[in-house]
Design a protein around this ligand. Structure first.
Ligand SMILES: *Cc1c(COP(=O)(O)O)cnc(C)c1O
Length: 515
């Protein structure tokens, strides 16, 4: 069966992909005739002077616009359809947040403008800090980290500074075996050893195993709740006591904040350090490698270690920058972080308000539960518990009948949806992780469920539909690791055989996590 693609409606599907559009003599514009004296011959040192003209693509404006417009139509984005990529919170981002970020008062600011001219943005940041503290149960925030992983590293450096300030050198940080890949990477980057605590068969941390792992060598525990398989850790306060009693700190990976906004707070669960992924939970388009924001919140006893400077409200009511008391771990980003993303987050939180943010999480959890109920007959749930904002399926049964999780995911594209995350978390065989988010209607969830059920039936009727999927997309099955790492984004003139610098020659097997 061949289903209409969203991009088919735009007429782009039938055109072959032609990337080489350069023709000698074509131009998209003309430079004006030089009306200033040419630079003196010695203005550029001899060795740096160009002897031959650069070879540049020669394209007419019309061809250029057509080319990029066609490419954009072949791209899939959240504004085009359903994007249930688990662990990524690919939710619709209200345009209001874009309008706010585009206000000239924010957009045209220069980071070196004096405080007297930046009172508005400083006030916005101080108030956003209050909002994030209220949501997490923490006391102070740095806005510098540019993404979740950057927040993790910053938090771990603060964990280290805390222990070292007490003359306590600790070596290990515990993380669950279901953890997001950035967690062990950040732990290693911060100079700690990773100690992995196993999960039970029900998908929660094995508390007895954790108890046996703690010692005065453990700097802390890094965990997310709901955890990476989408389940709430019901024994979290017990877990917190085990770590605190051993002198360790608790780090909350807040990328899953979408599940708990306004309902419970990491601070009340016992956490000391929390990062948030504003680009996931608070209305910033992400996924294309664009700017993000991973602010880090800490409890008062860790506040003086935060990167400085921090925006503050002074006693006289004016706003300024606090340079700290000398304990700061130092800067992790220039100026105050990615302020444009912080403006989006602030306007999103203000537009929704306390009740609106609570209902975000209620609907995120409701949607995940609804979808998991519609799918759990044909596909097995990896864990029996009630999911929060996302759930993990296993394509074990499908694999036994001849189609793997990757085949199902590729076939989903033919039905006009972005596939779920596959082969992650690593502890689940043939994992498919779905995060529908709160922004999707019941009609969309039903259409996706119908597609997943139809695909399951296709395994028995016409398995090659899955093996050869996607049938309708302009690009079929690239080697995903190489497509990301050996991306050839630079134009080379025809017949130019300059070897292009390749980042690696990773030719990964298909069952790599695709998040
Ligand atoms: C997305 C995610 C991260 C990493 O965030 P980035 O902004 O991509 O660096 C960390 N932990 C979890 C659980 C996540 O889902």
């Amino acid at each position: 069966m061949k289903r209409a693609q969203p991009h088919a409606a735009l007429g782009a599907e039938d055109e072959p992909l032609v990337f080489e559009r350069s023709r000698p003599g074509r131009r998209a514009g003309r430079m004006p005739v030089l009306d200033v004296p040419p630079a003196p011959a010695d203005a550029i040192p001899e060795g740096l002077r160009r002897v031959t003209a650069p070879r540049l693509p020669e394209v007419a404006e019309r061809d250029l616009v057509t080319h990029y417009t066609r490419l954009s139509h072949r791209n899939f984005g959240i504004d085009l359809g359903f994007y249930p990529l688990g662990s990524c919170s690919m939710k619709y981002n209200p345009k209001l947040a874009e309008d706010a970020a585009a206000l000239p008062g924010f957009r045209r600011l220069h980071p070196l403008q004096p405080e007297s001219q930046t009172q508005g943005v400083l006030q916005m940041l101080v108030e956003l800090e209050q909002t994030l503290c209220a949501l997490t149960g923490m006391d102070a925030v740095t806005f510098q980290p540019a993404a979740g992983a950057h927040g993790e590293l910053t938090g771990l450096l603060i964990m280290r500074a805390h222990h070292e300030s007490r003359g306590d050198a600790r070596r290990r940080v515990i993380i669950p075996d279901s953890a997001h890949g950035t967690n062990p990477a950040s732990v290693t980057f911060a100079g700690y050893e990773v100690a992995t605590v196993p999960s039970t068969t029900s998908g929660e941390v094995d508390v007895d195993a954790l108890r046996g792992m703690v010692s005065d060598d453990v700097a802390g525990l890094m965990i997310t709740n709901p955890n990476t398989v989408g389940l709430f850790e019901t024994r979290i306060t017990e877990i917190a006591s085990i770590i605190h009693d051993a002198g360790g700190l608790l780090y909350y990976d807040g990328a899953n904040l979408n599940a708990i906004l306004g309902h419970c707070r990491p601070g009340d669960m016992g956490f000391d350090i929390v990062h948030m992924n504003l680009h996931k939970t608070f209305a910033t388009p992400h996924g294309g490698g664009g700017p993000g924001a991973g602010p880090l919140a800490v409890s008062s006893r860790l506040a003086s270690f935060l990167p400085a400077p921090r925006p503050v409200r002074r006693d006289d009511g004016s706003y300024g920058l606090d340079l700290g008391d000398g304990n700061s771990i130092g800067r992790v980003h220039s100026f105050l972080g990615n302020v444009g993303i912080l403006v989006r987050a602030s306007s999103y939180a203000r537009a929704l308000g306390r009740e609106g943010l609570k209902s975000v999480s209620e609907h995120a959890v409701l949607n995940a539960n609804y979808l998991s109920h519609r799918l759990r007959g044909a596909y097995d749930l990896a864990y029996p518990g009630r999911p929060m904002h996302e759930f993990v399926l296993t394509a074990r049964k499908q694999k036994a009948r001849g189609a793997r999780a990757m085949d199902v995911a590729k076939r989903v594209i033919d039905y006009g949806f972005h596939p779920p995350t596959v082969y992650f978390p690593l502890i689940v065989d043939e994992a498919m992780m779905c995060e529908p988010t709160e922004t999707e209607s019941v009609e969309t969830l039903d259409a996706f469920a119908d597609a997943m059920l139809a695909i399951d039936a296709e395994i028995d009727s016409d398995p090659d539909l899955l093996h050869d999927a996607p049938q309708t997309a302009p690009i079929r099955r690239p080697d995903e690791a190489r497509a990301a790492r050996d991306l050839r984004a630079r134009w080379y003139p025809p017949n130019d055989h300059t070897p292009h610098p390749s980042a690696s020659s990773l030719a990964g097997p298909e069952d790599k996590p695709s998040i």
